[in-house]
Write a protein that binds this ligand. Structure first.
Ligand code: GUN
Ligand code: FE
Length: 481
């Protein structure tokens, strides 16, 4: 609404569309038109000659005035710098911790929570502080191309409602969670079991009945097993099943944490078994980290069809460990990326994807090359993988008919861009051949051309928010550089 209000209008986008329909597949469709009505992709036409005509062909009751051509990129002869890419999905972001980004010293998980994290979360009970932080994080993640986020707030009911309101206002697709913790917290930041459960119910009701925005949904958020009593987990489990709500929590992040969980829950076989026994593993459960899982735990996660949020920046920063993403994917477990702000020091899923790439290379140096994740696999985790984890893969993650138009326009040549490409790397093959005919063929004198895949890789490694020039959620433009 900030930029346009085109609901009910037929929108058509034209240009190069890049996405990852399957793990390892980079699909690049040039000179393509994509028609969108009420946020949903209605047609995808490859080798389009006229995007408006494509709309009229799609629906004969439309006239040209009914069609809004939103953007045409790459219609001229020169090779284009811009393409559409699906909006990124951040499956794990503690919005409330954002003021602490970059502030963690040499801490590891448990001392980091006490020293840095609980104090900042407690401070966000102040509504003015909270509003400022939420506005910053929502607009920042949008500017980095993140169209969908699963947010952890704090234990505070009022500010969690505010987070839902602001997300709706700014047009991001979100899952909003009030953190639940009724044990082992500091005395200034803890709730009793009853309050924790009841305020969760209130958040769910408020989001569904008062906010009432299809883009904003609740997610039940037991912080992690050490923070939750058995009673609380059982009550939350019943709520989740009765009301069909998402769940998010942390699992197997740090070795001391795992030992602590074994001590706290001697009746359980493993950390994973705690969540399983107390009913929190559903196909709409997002488990962050999952670094030190045993084979048996992975089998339970697969069986319960939970998704995993891989948070490589956080895992390296807090020296938690290296998640074996290939090992998870090989078992058919769903994996997406999480920034894990503020244990992760970036709001950007592109930066997080680069760290996923690096962590996989570190694993490969100890194991085999099989552990390596390719650029297109990291981009899959950043989009489709995240959509699968949130069980939104039927509606998000690629440019296909029936899906929501959640997209970012990438311009590798945007002002200030850090993605450097030379004009002679970008010539079309036919231009190159003409030149060869004129100048004679000498392969050593003609510089190598970049393929489309090379260009995507250059963006992956050197791109940032300066290259994300526009962002849409459900067909609505929510950001422009
Ligand atoms: N485990 C429990 N709470 C947290 C948190 O806030 N961040 C991370 N990374 N792990 C946790
Ligand atoms: Fe986290």
């Amino acid at each position: 609404d900030k930029f346009n209000d085109k609901h009910g209008k037929f929108l058509v986008f034209f240009g190069t569309f890049v996405d990852t329909p399957k793990l390892g597949e980079l699909r690049i469709r040039e000179k393509t038109s994509v028609g969108v009505l009420n946020g949903i992709i209605r047609f995808v036409n490859r080798n389009s000659l006229d995007p408006v005509k494509d709309c009229l062909d799609h629906d004969s009751s439309l006239s040209p005035e009914d069609v809004t051509v939103v953007d045409i990129i790459g219609k001229d002869k020169t090779r284009n710098n811009s393409f559409y890419f699906p909006g990124f999905v951040d499956t794990h972001n503690h919005v409330s911790q954002y003021p602490n980004v970059g502030v963690f010293g040499n801490s590891t998980l448990l001392d980091w929570l006490e020293k840095y994290t609980f104090p900042i979360e407690a401070a966000l009970a102040n509504e003015n502080i909270a509003r400022e932080v939420y506005n910053k994080v929502i607009s920042k993640t949008l500017s980095h191309g993140t169209t969908t986020v699963a947010y952890y707030n704090t234990i505070d009911l009022k500010s969690t409602k505010l987070l839902a309101q602001l997300s709706s206002l700014l047009g991001q697709r979100v899952l909003v969670g009030k953190v639940c913790m009724d044990t082992n917290g500091p005395e200034y930041y803890i709730e009793d079991t009853k309050t924790s459960f009841e305020s969760t119910v209130k958040v769910v009701k408020y989001i569904r009945e008062t906010i009432c925005d299809p883009l904003v949904n609740p997610i039940v958020t037991p912080r992690f097993a050490p923070s939750c009593s058995r009673e609380l987990m059982q009550q939350l489990s019943k709520l989740v099943k009765d009301e069909n709500i998402h769940v998010q929590t942390h699992l197997s992040e740090n070795k001391e944490e795992i030992q602590w969980v074994q001590d706290l829950f001697p009746e359980c076989e493993s950390y994973t078994d705690v969540y399983d026994k107390y009913g929190l593993l559903t196909e709409k459960t997002v488990l962050a980290h999952c670094i030190h899982l045993t084979d048996a735990e992975a089998r339970v996660i697969k069986q319960r069809r939970c998704g995993i949020s891989h948070c490589p920046i956080s895992n390296s920063s807090l020296t938690s460990g290296e998640c074996r993403v290939r090992w998870l994917l090989d078992q058919g477990i769903k994996v997406g990326l999480g920034t894990d702000v503020s244990a992760g020091h970036s709001c950007s899923i592109l930066t997080t994807g680069r760290q996923a790439f690096a962590v996989s290379r570190h694993l490969a140096m100890r194991e085999t090359d099989h552990a390596k994740l390719s650029v297109s696999e990291c981009l899959f985790l950043a989009t489709m993988g995240g959509a699968q984890v949130l069980r939104m893969d039927e509606t998000l993650g690629t440019f296909d008919v029936g899906k929501q138009f959640d997209a970012q326009m990438i311009d590798t040549n945007a002002p200030g861009s850090n993605v450097d490409m030379f004009h002679w790397q970008l010539k079309e093959k036919d231009q190159m051949q003409e030149q060869e005919q004129e100048q004679g063929q000498d392969p050593y004198k003609n510089p190598p051309l970049l393929t489309n895949e090379d260009i995507i890789a250059k963006w992956f490694f050197n791109g940032d928010d300066r290259n994300t020039t526009k962002v849409w959620v459900a067909g609505q433009q929510v950001y422009q550089i």
